[in-house]
Design a protein around this ligand. Structure first.
Ligand code: ADP
Ligand code: ZN
Ligand code: ZN
Length: 747
């Protein structure tokens, strides 16, 4: 692949001999076509969408290269069926797609498809960056129109609007396109081409005033103000509730005052009506939100508004990183450590990492904020590659609550709760406050077990236990989504003594309801909030402030202001402490700190009780005593010694097949070829494995991992590139499903 996005053939000059087109195909290659007879009005350019014959279908592709001639003989090439655009898709967007495809070793065609709105994928036209603005020709004598009363009326309407009216507004007044064209033909109306722009003046930017900043915030903001031009990556490390969002808002204000756009990324769970209304109520200029509730047409509109610069503020989740910007001014990544920025299938990109690349490309500031920064960003901040800004105080003046560890060993529990936790909940409710009971679902879902023989319900398609659900009663596998009815008796020994083991949200809810029969209990997890409005309804109820108990999972941990919660109980903190995955501890600690941050955010101090089987664990102790920041620095030291990310770079090859041996055999062959190539090319990378995946069998398919590690990004890239090319060229590989994960987040 060559870097040919800038090459173009000027209008009027000879057409290229062939077009290189990226197609919606998983293949990591491009396809050559002959230019169609109709030369697009701007000439052939990289970035035009075309409809081309592909196999037995017509598909929409993007021209990514103009060739003097194809390497294939001319008679083998088919002509483009249709040119869909007059102007190419935005250049910054094309650049980002090309960068993404290269970095993540993914096909450019598929990358472009994923990164464009569905409407463009389907071949719908772009509205374009310009529109026609109609004006009356006032010198003409309007009495000449007396035989055409509608045209006369339209002429009068245009006379009232000295600056002119866009065609859309004219049709909104009830006039037809034919009437307008007739008027123009007779010389009574003229059109000028106008670029779409934001119709704002910097003086009218704010709808509500910015908050006066506290000292720390002011220091952080002035550091940002000094660096509004050029690439300035910056990590804003600030405890929950310390006012990071206020800093984002004021940075956006400064960028918008320059007429430039800000792109704000938020975690999946973070794009709540609460967040949006905070942005929307601050600014007069429109805030364009890219969320899952948009239909295809709305998404397309938002994309174009960003692409032509009308939208000064664009806010969205992971995929919003692929929003084109006409006048990029800053990129903000809220909760930059959040796992939802990583795409976990297909094109496995990390939106935060792409934000870094993009800000660098545009030469604009990048602000990443978190209470619990990823070790990647933290290490760059500590080394000085990123500017490190910190907020340690909360405007509410209550310091974040310390974690109190509660020993789960040898103690009686009710529904997973220690007597001390139940006492604390009672006291909280009696004081008129709310309590949050947090269940770390990973690894602690309830199982169905036989108390006579020890049998447990397993999934028949995965190496995993089934999870017991109560409402409705059934067994479900969270890895393949298969479901089964509860058995009446143990399939092994026939005993009827089947009981739940472990603690899940439903079970805790039952227990708590028994203990506090008069208190409302709100369960918040994926099952209880599957309907979109039910989550909002629960939050609304909770915000009323009546004493209640919230029982929930990860969904509760982030982003939500729960001003009346003064107690957080973590039912079991041990999920990530002893995992084989080197990132598990980091992610666990982030989650615990985020959950703890829910306590005492407003006027009331909070308390956080953390139940654990390992109260002496040094990592957990560090977290409880000194907070995430201190633990993170320890973990960084451990990673440095082990040469693990961020001090090394990884790629993970995942292979799966229905036959147990097929994936393993291919992985072994790939490893052998790679090791041979590494030795001969002198590339400094290590090939580890293959090994069976942590859960080898899932949905009756066998999973194998091959890991690649290197001290330098470039060496990892070279090795991953070799591996992918070897697999692309290997015939056995087509029988095994495989994918490459660059910078994998879970092993
Ligand atoms: P974070 O994003 O770090 O969690 P927020 O920006 O949401 O913190 O701020 C937490 C709360 O404090 C919000 O209710 C916010 O309105 C308020 N706040 C932030 N900065 C200030 C300030 N300078 N003065 C008064 N209140 C503030
Ligand atoms: Zn049994
Ligand atoms: Zn399963």
């Amino acid at each position: 692949m060559s870097d040919s996005f800038s090459s173009r053939v000027a209008p009027g000059s000879a057409s290229p001999g062939a077009l290189q087109v990226a197609l919606p195909s998983p293949l990591r290659r491009l396809f050559d076509y002959l230019p169609a007879h109709r030369v697009p009005s701007g000439g052939w350019q990289v970035g035009l969408r075309v409809r081309v014959p592909f196999g037995r279908r017509d598909v929409v592709g993007v021209v990514v290269g103009l060739l003097a001639r194809s390497e294939l003989p001319r008679e083998k090439l088919k002509p483009v069926a249709e040119v869909l655009d007059d102007a190419p898709l935005p250049e910054d967007w094309l650049w980002l797609c090309r960068f993404t495809a290269r970095y993540y070793q993914h096909g450019l065609g598929d990358t472009l498809q994923i990164a464009m709105p569905a409407r463009l994928r389907q071949g719908h036209p772009l509205a374009g960056r310009t529109y026609l603005q109609w004006q009356a020709v006032t010198e003409r004598d309007a009495t000449e129109l007396r035989n055409a009363p509608r045209q006369a009326a339209l002429h009068a309407l245009l006379r009232q609007h000295a600056h002119g009216l866009p065609a859309q507004a004219i049709s909104a007044h009830g006039y037809t396109r034919a009437q307008l064209e007739a008027l123009a033909r007779k010389g009574f109306a003229l059109a000028t081409e106008v670029a779409r722009q934001a119709g704002h003046t910097p003086s009218g930017l704010l709808a509500s005033p910015a908050l006066p900043l506290n000292r720390e915030q002011a220091t952080a903001l002035s550091a940002l103000h000094e660096n509004l031009d050029g690439y300035h990556p910056c990590l804003l490390e600030g405890v929950t509730g310390s006012g990071k969002t206020e800093i984002y808002l004021q940075l956006i204000e400064a960028i918008a005052a320059k007429g430039k756009q800000s792109l704000v990324l938020v975690p999946e769970i973070g794009l709540t009506p609460q967040t949006l209304s905070r942005f929307k109520s601050r600014f007069k200029v429109p805030v364009v939100a890219l969320h899952s509730g948009l239909n295809d047409a709305e998404r397309m509109d938002a994309w174009e508004a960003a692409a032509d610069g009308r939208a000064l503020i664009v806010i969205g989740t992971r995929s919003a990183i692929f929003t084109p910007l006409a006048r990029p001014g800053a990129i903000i990544v809220d909760e930059e450590h959040d796992g939802s920025y990583k795409q976990h299938d297909g094109l496995r990109y990390h939106a935060r990492d792409l934000a870094v690349a993009r800000a660098h490309h545009h030469a604009i500031p990048l602000l990443m904020g978190s209470a619990t920064p990823s070790l990647e960003s933290l290490s760059r901040a500590l080394s000085g590659d990123y500017r490190h800004l910190r907020l340690t105080q909360r405007p509410s003046r209550h310091p974040p609550a310390k974690l109190e560890l509660a020993d789960l060993r040898h103690q009686r529990r009710q529904g997973g709760l220690l007597p001390s936790a139940i006492k604390a909940i009672t006291a909280t409710l009696e004081a008129g406050k709310q309590a949050l009971v947090f269940i770390n679902r990973r690894g602690f879902a309830p199982r169905l077990a036989c108390h006579a023989c020890g049998w447990m319900a397993d999934c028949d398609q995965c190496d995993a236990r089934m999870t017991l659900h109560r409402q409705p009663p059934l067994l479900a596998c969270h890895h393949c989504d298969s479901r089964r009815a509860l058995p009446d008796a143990c399939p092994e020994c026939g005993s009827g003594d089947l009981r739940a083991l472990g603690s899940g949200t439903e079970r805790s809810e039952e227990t708590l309801q028994g203990l506090f029969p008069d208190t409302p209990i709100h369960r918040i997890d994926r099952d209880s909030t599957r309907r979109k409005d039910s989550f909002d309804a629960i939050l609304k109820e909770v915000h009323r402030g009546e004493p209640c108990i919230l029982v929930g999972t990860q969904m509760l941990a982030k982003g939500h202001h729960l001003p009346h919660v003064t107690l957080v109980v973590v039912v079991n903190a041990d999920g990530g402490l002893y995992s084989a995955d080197f990132r598990a501890l980091e992610h666990s600690a982030q989650l615990l700190e985020q959950v703890a941050g829910r306590a005492g955010r407003a006027a009331h101090p909070g308390r956080v009780l953390v139940q654990t089987l390992h109260p002496d664990d040094p990592h957990l102790g560090k977290l409880a005593e000194h907070g995430y920041g201190a633990l993170a620095r320890d973990l960084l030291e451990e990673r440095r010694l082990a040469k693990l990310p961020p001090f090394g770079y990884m790629a993970l090859l995942r292979l799966e097949s229905a036959k147990e041996q097929a994936a393993l055999a291919l992985a072994q062959a790939a490893a052998q070829a790679l090791r041979h190539w590494l030795a001969h090319s002198g590339t400094q990378a290590r090939c580890l494995g293959p090994v069976p995946a942590p859960m080898e069998r899932r949905q009756n398919r066998y999973h194998v991992h091959l890991l690649l590690a290197a001290d330098k990004r470039s060496q990892r890239h070279a090795a991953a590139n070799y591996l992918v090319q070897w697999l692309d060229a290997n015939r056995e590989a087509s029988r095994v499903r495989w994918s490459i994960d660059i910078d994998p987040q879970t092993l």
